[in-house]
Design a protein around this ligand. Structure first.
Ligand code: SIN
Length: 289
């Protein structure tokens, strides 16, 4: 049976049908999925029932996996390649990821290996809400005026771990460790996708400033670019079902995990992160206050 792509929104997103990703997937199907992924930027598989090992094995068909050494406390026990994003207590302690992803971002932008892509699998969800929104950063770049394209082409976006959402609620000792592991780092504000060649904006609500500019000079432009990228017409909102696998390209999208749910219900997700190219240079902290 041929792979079918069902568009989910105008700007990005497609559901993929006609392939059982928990079974044996041929190389031709992997190529077809990769092609659909590059075109839609976010792809969704429904009704997936698999084990952590199967999740990792399927993800590895596309790229090497990150071992999440940049956020070592959030890994699923025994599976360094699986990040647990949940509001469920862990080892009788509040989960460090219970408020993760609550501002627009691209995964691991605060590291020297920004994530290429991510594959998030839903195992438990609240009755309503807990949605995730995605925006298309390639389209956001294309829609800029030529003059603004020239300006952003010369900028380096600085990413600061302090701007990751929910940091105030993390354990202070673990937070100090994370800040040491992830000092502020600058990446080009416009990046060229290493597989498709597409150009995309690379700036987010975790960008503190542009290297060589003050925060006061940078913030209005960061805010403009984020507002421009996240206009409703440039967004797909995913309403989760248990068994969904949602795969996004971090080189051409940003995403936002909404806190629009009753947190007395469990929300539990497992994420593989497909390793990106090495990029960026460390810069002195400038403060984000
Ligand atoms: C993430 O930012 O990787 C998590 C997204 C989510 O929990 O919806």
């Amino acid at each position: 049976m041929a792979i079918e792509e069902i568009p989910l929104a105008h700007a990005l997103g497609a559901e993929i049908r006609g392939v059982d990703i928990a079974g044996t997937v041929s190389d031709a199907d992997i190529d077809a999925i990769r092609k659909a992924w590059h075109q839609a930027h976010v792809i969704v598989f429904r009704d997936v029932a698999w084990t952590p090992d199967q999740h990792c094995a399927f993800s590895r068909r596309f790229r090497d996996l990150d071992d999440h050494a940049a956020t070592p406390h959030d890994r699923l026990d025994g599976y360094p390649e699986l990040l647990e994003v949940t509001n469920k207590p862990k080892n009788n302690q509040p989960s460090q990821t219970r408020n993760a992803g609550r501002n627009w971002h691209s995964d691991y932008s605060y590291t020297n290996r920004p994530a290429a892509s991510s594959m998030l699998y839903c195992t438990e969800k609240p009755p309503v809400g807990g949605d995730t929104m995605f925006c298309n950063m390639a389209r956001a770049y294309d829609d800029l005026s030529d003059k603004m394209k020239d300006i952003v082409a010369g900028l380096q976006s600085v990413y600061d771990f302090n701007l990751v959402s929910g940091t105030a609620k993390r354990d202070p000792v673990k937070m100090a460790e994370l800040l040491k592991l992830n000092p502020p780092i600058a990446h080009p504000c416009v990046r060229t996708h290493d597989e498709s060649g597409v150009k995309a904006l690379y700036v987010s609500e975790r960008t503190s400033h542009f290297d060589g500019m003050t925060r006061a000079e940078s913030v209005p432009l960061i805010q403009f670019l984020c507002a421009h990228a996240t206009r409703p017409e440039n967004v797909y909102r995913h309403q989760w079902r248990v068994g969904d696998l949602v795969c996004w390209d971090n080189r051409t999208t940003m995403h936002l995990a909404l806190g629009d749910f009753d947190s007395s219900y469990p929300r539990h997700m497992l994420r593989t992160t497909l390793r990106g190219e090495k990029s960026g240079y460390v810069v002195p902290p400038q403060g984000v206050g």
